[in-house]
Design a protein around this ligand. Structure first.
Ligand code: BGP
Length: 451
């Protein structure tokens, strides 16, 4: 007799994990030869970050990583997505390697191995060395050569112990939202032509990350991009609204996913860019579209779409009473975790997708009597994971899920006010307290189903 699976079960061998990023948790921002990053600089600009918070100490993970990994192991966490700090390895972006930085990550990987945790390593999670920004940063094409050398260096150094590589985290955030007037470092306002070119340069770096893993990675290494794709939810799950959502998804995600998966920019995207279209050199498309092993998707919220008269997609904006987290951009949209991976797989023929981030930020997670009862996070995760499970049951090729984040951390321009962790951090004492959501997530990982 076939064994009936329990309700809300995930496929066998589904990868469960948690995510964080070097600049947000490590601290030790100027220790052991680390260079300044654009975020170290940006955080010191008055008004750039809430409360004038800096990354100087963060969760002091630099000194406490062994205890942090012990806590992960205790919760049954077997996969951890971390990033390497480029300015720790190359304080000036290029030039001489800072051996102390390399040694630090060897200590990190030693400790993870000791605690039975598999690393998923992001090469770049926004902390560009300030020295490179001073030379033009993502505006310059030379960034691709400098990144290529960085990627070669880290894959050669850590390749024997890291099998899962992620090239870049969320290209739009460190290009469009950083150079296009957004609130991300370096926080400047350039015109569309420059912004489109920064995105193109980032795509070249992604290509070099893939190349570096193929050339220097150990046997069985895998590599992919983490994209914060524009996420979409059909207002109703009727063929009309689904078709509208699909059309909107395609248009919104063309700038990043077309060059990677189709080997060229979509003509419709180039038309929209007009005279500001990116300059593409011979050989760029081939580098950018080197085959990858998976796509990482960071999914938090979603844009609601319905079919307008005459078939055009229409964005439906939620009213003020629509439930949201304390992050103003984060409306609750659990079904984004169903539709985005499903559409990405269908549109681009992707065979392996990992949710590399999903989670929610609140301001009032507090510890009382030794407990942090973040019911709001448990409900959020439960609703989202049910939709992810529905996606896998319907055949979407989602192979794993990484919760953002393991611990409350430096949430960019929100500083330490916005808490995303399943482990509470007291930033005065650095005391860690697993929240209710951590206990709940531990039971989900152990059961491989949503409880
Ligand atoms: C993603 C980033 C993460 C994390 C998360 C929360 O965009 O990859 O690093 O910070 O968002 O977002 P935020 O801190 O902007 O609220």
């Amino acid at each position: 007799m076939p064994v009936r699976s329990q309700p809300f079960s995930f496929p066998r061998n589904f990868t469960w994990g948690v995510a964080a990023a070097a600049p947000q948790i490590e601290g030790a921002a100027f220790s052991d030869g680390k260079g300044e990053s654009v975020w170290d600089r940006f955080a010191r600009q008055p008004g750039a970050v809430a409360n004038g918070d800096t990354l100087d100490v963060a969760c002091d993970h630099y000194h406490r990583f062994d205890r942090d990994f012990a806590l992960m192991a205790k919760l049954g966490i077997k996969n951890y997505r971390l990033s390497l700090a480029w300015p720790r390895i190359f304080p000036n972006g290029d030039g001489a390697v800072n051996q102390a930085g390399v040694d630090f990550y060897h200590r990190i990987f030693d400790a993870m191995e000791k605690h039975g945790i598999t690393p998923w390593v992001t090469m770049f999670h926004w902390d560009l060395p300030q020295a490179l920004e001073d030379r033009g940063g993502w505006r310059t094409r030379t960034i691709a050569d400098v990144f290529a050398h960085y990627a070669d260096t880290i894959v050669k150094a850590f390749g024997p112990r890291v099998k899962n590589w992620i090239t870049l985290n969320e290209i739009r955030c460190f290009t469009l939202h950083a150079y296009g007037g957004g609130g991300k470092a370096p926080g400047v306002s350039e015109g569309a032509r420059v912004v489109n070119q920064t995105m193109h340069h980032a795509l070249l770096c992604h290509g070099h990350g893939v190349r570096a893993v193929r050339e220097h990675g150990s046997r069985g290494s895998r590599v992919g991009l983490t994209d914060n794709c524009e996420t979409v939810v059909p207002v109703s799950e009727t063929p009309e609204d689904i078709a509208a959502a699909r059309a909107w998804f395609i248009e919104a995600n063309q700038p990043i996913l077309d060059p990677i998966y189709n080997g060229h920019y979509a003509p419709a995207y180039l038309r929209r860019c007009g005279k500001d279209r990116p300059v593409v050199a011979k050989g760029d498309p081939a580098l950018i579209s080197l085959p990858t092993d998976f796509l990482g998707l960071n999914i938090y919220t979603g844009t609601f779409i319905r079919r307008r008269k005459r078939g055009k997609p229409e964005v439906v904006v939620p009213s003020a009473s629509y439930p949201r987290t304390d992050s103003p951009w984060l409306n609750l949209a659990p079904r984004a975790l169903y539709w985005s991976p499903k559409l990405a797989a269908e549109v681009y023929g992707i065979r392996d997708i990992y949710i590399t981030e999903n989670g929610c930020g609140y301001n009032d997670d507090a510890v009382a009597n030794g407990e942090c009862l973040d019911l709001h996070r448990v409900e959020y995760l439960r609703n989202y994971l049910r939709e992810l499970q529905r996606a896998t049951a319907d055949g979407a090729p989602v192979r794993g899920y990484f919760l953002w984040s393991f611990i409350d951390n430096f949430e960019w321009s929100d500083g330490y006010t916005r808490r995303f962790g399943i482990v509470h951090n007291d930033f005065k004492t650095q005391r860690r307290t697993p929240k209710l959501s951590a206990q709940w997530y531990a039971s989900v990982m152990a059961a491989n189903r949503v409880l």
